[in-house]
Design a protein around this ligand. Structure first.
Ligand SMILES: C[S@@+](CC[C@H](N)C(=O)[O-])C[C@H]1O[C@@H](n2cnc3c(N)ncnc32)[C@H](O)[C@@H]1O
Length: 306
């Protein structure tokens, strides 16, 4: 699906229920920020709540042009209080410099994917739908999941599945992919799902289809998600004003571990304090109404006078 075609999608299909909105908004509102960065504006759920709860200007970033288009619609009522940029949050410094903003009162990053992109078959993120092996969040980037699956070495594929998917059958799956693609390229999400199920079984004890881990791993590799997160963790704390807060919502341990480690290092080094000593978790009521919230972990760091 190209960007223009997205306009044809119904409003109902542009859905993503924002996670831990009240908790994130309360943390962001406390320092009474003049400028808030939403580093993953998505469809604008958190952004709208933060704009309603403060008088701040909001700078919203997203790698996904289709999400930004939806955010522009959903945040239109806030008028000139909102600036949107099509950018990876790894470029936070460059975007802030271009906008002439030296430091900000709050930065929120709600990591991962929006359900909006995940549920779009044409984006190829989910094995639940048949679609091309694409998986790019930013469709200006050249590398797709098709390229990795059909061209990467067996060793590198096994590393990706093991490190980013924590998949125990990583080697067997990588070997089967390399054998299959000698006959013909793997073109679609269904080609890959069937291959993985053939090697690793249909549904494992615990109920997770092995394709879940393989698809997560490929998505992380295609979008270099952990590199982006590490760049954000290096840069964002230093763009906070004194009293400013960095709030990060992570959905799996590969994301939460570096956040926890970096926040601890900064707090121990002085100049920052942990607002959340332990990660906040969603309430049972939120998990019941939005299963996607189940794995969320929210952490908050504050810049102090040094
Ligand atoms: C979980 S969704 C955010 C949902 C949003 N908080 C809302 O309320 O609608 C994550 C969003 O972050 C974007 N994203 C992921 N990695 C990114 C990165 N490195 N830089 C910028 N945006 C990113 C995705 O495209 C997606 O739209």
């Amino acid at each position: 699906m190209r960007l223009g075609e997205d306009k044809g999608r119904s409003a109902a299909s542009r859905q993503h229920v924002a996670v831990m909105v009240d908790e994130a908004t309360a943390l962001v509102r406390a320092p009474n920020p003049l400028v808030i960065v939403d580093a993953t504006v998505g469809l604008g759920g958190h952004a709208a709540a933060m704009l309603e709860a403060t008088d701040a200007h909001l700078l919203g970033l997203d790698r996904d042009a289709a999400a930004l288009e939806a955010a522009a619609d959903n945040l239109a009522r806030f008028g000139s209080r909102v600036t949107l940029r099509h950018a990876d949050f790894r470029s936070l410094d460059e975007v802030l410099d271009e906008c002439g903003i030296p430091c900000v009162g709050a930065i929120l990053a709600d990591l991962g994917m929006s359900s909006y992109a995940l549920d779009d078959p044409a984006r190829g993120f989910s094995f639940r739908f048949d679609g091309p092996l694409d998986m790019r969040m930013d469709r200006r980037e050249p590398l797709t999941a098709y390229d990795l699956v059909n061209e990467e070495s067996e060793e590198e594929l096994a590393r990706i599945f093991y490190e980013y998917g924590e998949e125990r059958g990583a080697r067997r799956i990588a070997r089967a992919i390399v054998a299959a693609r000698r006959r013909r390229p793997l073109e679609t999400t269904t080609d890959l799902r069937l291959l993985v199920e053939g090697v690793a079984g249909h549904v494992r004890i615990g109920g997770i289809n092995p394709a879940t881990r393989v698809f997560q791993a490929l998505r992380i590799a295609v979008n270099r998600e952990l590199e982006s997160l590490n760049a954000l963790l290096d840069r964002a704390p230093h763009r906070l004003a004194v009293g400013g807060r960095l709030v990060i919502l992570a959905y799996h341990s590969l994301e939460d571990r570096p956040v926890k480690r970096r926040f601890r290092e900064l707090a121990q080094g002085g100049g920052f304090s942990l607002v959340t000593r332990k990660a906040l978790r969603p309430s049972p009521a939120e998990v019941a109404s939005n299963p996607r919230a189940r794995s969320a972990r929210l952490r908050c760091l504050e810049r102090c006078a040094s």
